[in-house]
Design a protein around this ligand. Sequence first.
Ligand code: B16
Ligand code: MG
Length: 215
Amino acid sequence: MKHKAFIFDLDGVIVDTAKFHYLAWKSLANSIGIDFTEAQNEQLKGVSRVKSLEKILTWGNKTLTDDEFMELMSRKNEDYLEYVNRMTKDDILPDVDRVLDFLIENNCKIALGSASKNARMILRKVELINKFETIVDGTNVTKAKPDPEVFLKAAEQLNVNPEDCVVFEDSVSGVQAANIGNMISVGIGEKAFLHEAKYIFKDFTEISFDFLKDL
Ligand code: B16
Ligand code: MG
């Protein structure tokens, strides 16, 4: 492996928490009279909690006071965490373990680069927290993807150059962030959305050890 470090996004790459975000945002939006579809949820992937609520309010043509905004943010998170609390290692997406273990056995450095403020808690719930040498999440960054800040911080903490990093991402903005940061982008998901990625796979079951070795 020429590349020394591998940075994983969380939601949509390691676990499928998008469905929980969807349910929590939907019940919140509906409670204030705003419709919320799965297609709209797609547009919130990789987007921070604050920005997600701003978008929903724009779609629903609604304005709130700062206090109301904060109240809805915490209500959404409480609802979301009820789903997260029920997660176990069975919620890890297929073959993520196989790829992580292979990389670790081959002395690669592993980091998490996520927009979520709940990232550490989720990794603990699915018992993967010890596999990550460093974690950069929504509590450590000020600029959202496609700004490469989250991945550049991870590279810095691992003490490797951005060009030596590979990023696994399921969101368009995350793929763009990796590209802007001069890292190799591997898209996980649909080709139609992720065509800007250098490589694209439907999920980790399609990623072979030979592919990883050649990276
Ligand atoms: P939280 P990722 C992102 O995680 C999600 O894709 C996005 O839908 C969510 O709004 C964001 O985290 C913030 O999450 O409310 O837990 O702080 O894909 O960057 O791992
Ligand atoms: Mg994601």
